[in-house]
Design a protein around this ligand. Structure first.
Ligand code: SF4
Ligand code: SF4
Length: 162
């Protein structure tokens, strides 16, 4: 229960995904910002006008999947780490997640992928570590997982030694 432990149940999460799963053949930002808070860097940072908060800065952001290119700029800019980019590629899925720990996992390394409860659900392979031009503390980690986990996966377990 999100009110009790801050963990969004899957039915709530699913509402933030496109109704048609095939839309995710192209990379799309998934925004998991469930509370009304005074915040809008997601809206102001998107170069494609795909996210709207609107005049009431407390309103929850809404995404236009037709406009979203999956560039990931909003992921770097969200202070709440509430946005990821997801894409289906055959029997795999690519997650682009914000990551702020150092050292960064290396490209090619295997990592444990966790769900919103923090439970390890599968193994992922780091495909790319993308540093932002302006956000020196946050990188975009591209992690390949099996497509079955595209809804449940949220981030990776911090590798030992980090
Ligand atoms: S991924 Fe890029 S295009 Fe999509 S909402 Fe974020 S900033 Fe806009
Ligand atoms: S920047 Fe992040 S935390 Fe702020 S409104 Fe957008 S999604 Fe929510």
């Amino acid at each position: 229960m999100i009110e009790k432990d801050g963990v969004a149940p899957l039915e709530m999460v699913m509402k933030e995904f496109p109704d048609d799963k095939e839309v995710l053949i192209n990379p799309k930002a998934i925004i998991e910002c469930y509370k009304e808070i005074p915040c809008n860097p997601c809206e102001t940072s998107c170069p494609f006008d795909a996210i709207h908060v609107g005049e009431d800065i407390n309103a929850r952001p809404k995404i236009d999947f037709d406009k979203c290119t999956g560039c990931g700029i909003c992921v770097y800019n969200c202070p709440g780490l509430a946005i990821s980019v997801r894409q289906l590629q055959g029997d795999k899925a690519i997650l682009k997640i914000p990551y702020e720990f150092v050292p960064r996992p290396e490209k090619g390394s295997l990592v444990n992928v966790v769900n919103r409860n923090g439970d390890v659900i599968t193994e992922g392979s780091v495909k790319r570590v993308q540093e932002g031009k302006n956000q020196k503390q946050t990188c975009l980690l591209h992690v390949e997982i099996h497509r079955d986990f595209i809804y449940d996966a949220i981030t990776i377990e911090v590798p030992r030694g980090s």
